[in-house]
Design a protein around this ligand. Structure first.
Ligand code: AQP
Length: 337
């Protein structure tokens, strides 16, 4: 691997099954970047603790997620695939960055506001409040240049940049200040029945969310029931405000076919919504069945998955240590060698 390539970091939580939102918003871009960037793809198991329930078997979900990364084209010979908790430096840097961040910054985070929504603050676990700082540690530890993420992570990335700049100002440029890569289309896939809110893996109504490993019947049904609108006569075009349901379905079709939205609008002109949904459902089933087949192939080889994670963690730890050692030295921690 050539070290002069720009560094790219991205992660997904293994807190259940990965969604079409995770895939379209970020994972689909990963494999294309492996040749031009030095890529680190992390399985963010520590982050998953913030929303874990006692039905989740984290160890199984982690293996599922590694298998899905591979099925989505991540090549461990080109990219580093690793598990966050296997690289202790994430927690070490997290603590340091905590001491350079403010309560008010975290309190402004819209994800915190929406995730604590149904609880009082007193009952909300502290991880939900502080996880953007752990995210900053994840990214800054590797001197990351670029972070491909969905739109929902934009505010967190701004915080990461603020923390990096603050630290750099005091300690004379330790961190690379990362740039988020957020695509114009598909960076926020919306819930199927409530297209004003994000498609999420933890949504209580599973009909809102397509999971990458959903059965064909389930995908057909979910798309069939997706909310559209009552415009008469029905017209298929992209308008997030007025036609959030149709625009979301167009975003999905565009992402999996690699066709521009404007091109799809022409192709679908004059069609009924039900016909459009049919095309989308079939295209999506075909698309996901290839990922599913490949996933099953890898998932049946636990030894290989663990080997990938083991090798990845060794490589990640070496890189993480370089940054952490620099920081310890700048902070004037005592070193005894
Ligand atoms: N609906 C989405 N559209 C586009 N991108 C999305 N991402 C998530 N949902 C969408 C992107 O996926 C990456 C990893 O997300 P994550 O698993 O770390 O957690 P999340 O953003 O909190 O995703 P969920 O599904 O909404 O999880 P829960 O329900 O646990 O909160 C990120 O780059 C994210 O932008």
């Amino acid at each position: 691997m050539i070290d002069s390539k720009p560094i790219l970091f991205s992660a997904v939580q293994p807190s259940g099954q990965l969604t079409l939102g995770n895939y379209i918003g970020t994972i689909r871009h990963w494999s294309k970047m492996q040749d031009d960037y030095e890529c680190l793809y992390c399985i963010a198991d520590l982050h998953a603790l913030t929303t874990l329930n006692n039905q989740t078997f984290l160890n199984e979900s982690i293996l599922d997620t590694i298998a899905l990364y591979l099925a989505c084209g991540i090549d461990p010979n080109k990219s580093i695939i690793f598990i966050q908790s296997h690289v202790v430096q994430h927690c070490q840097l997290n603590w340091i960055l905590n001491c350079f961040s403010n309560f008010s910054e975290l309190f402004r985070m819209t994800q915190f506001k929406s995730k604590k929504n149904n609880n009082t603050i007193n009952q909300t676990n502290l991880g939900i409040f502080t996880y953007p700082i752990l995210m900053a540690a994840d990214i800054l530890l590797y001197q990351t240049n670029f972070v491909p993420v969905g739109k929902d992570q934009k505010q967190h990335l701004e915080l990461v940049r603020d923390i990096a700049n603050r630290f750099n100002f005091i300690y004379n440029g330790i961190f690379t200040v990362p740039v988020p890569l957020i695509h114009k289309y598909g960076s926020k896939i919306m819930s199927l029945l409530e297209p004003k809110k994000k498609m999420s893996k933890s949504d209580k109504n599973q009909n809102n969310t397509i999971f990458l490993l959903d059965t064909e019947e389930s995908i057909l049904l979910k798309i069939k029931n997706a909310i559209t609108d009552s415009e008469k006569p029905a017209k298929i075009y992209y308008d997030i405000e007025k036609k959030s349901g149709i625009s979301n379905l167009l975003d999905i079709l565009s992402a999996i076919t690699n066709k521009k939205i404007s091109c799809l609008e022409k192709e679908l002109e004059g069609m009924r919504y039900s016909e459009f949904k049919n095309i989308l459902a079939i295209t999506l089933c075909n698309f996901l069945s290839k990922i599913k087949d490949s996933y099953l192939y890898y998932r049946n080889n636990t030894v290989y998955l663990k080997e990938v994670a083991y090798n990845g963690s060794i490589q990640a730890r070496l890189k993480a240590d370089l940054t952490l050692n620099k920081i310890y030295s700048k902070l004037k921690f005592l070193t005894i060698s």
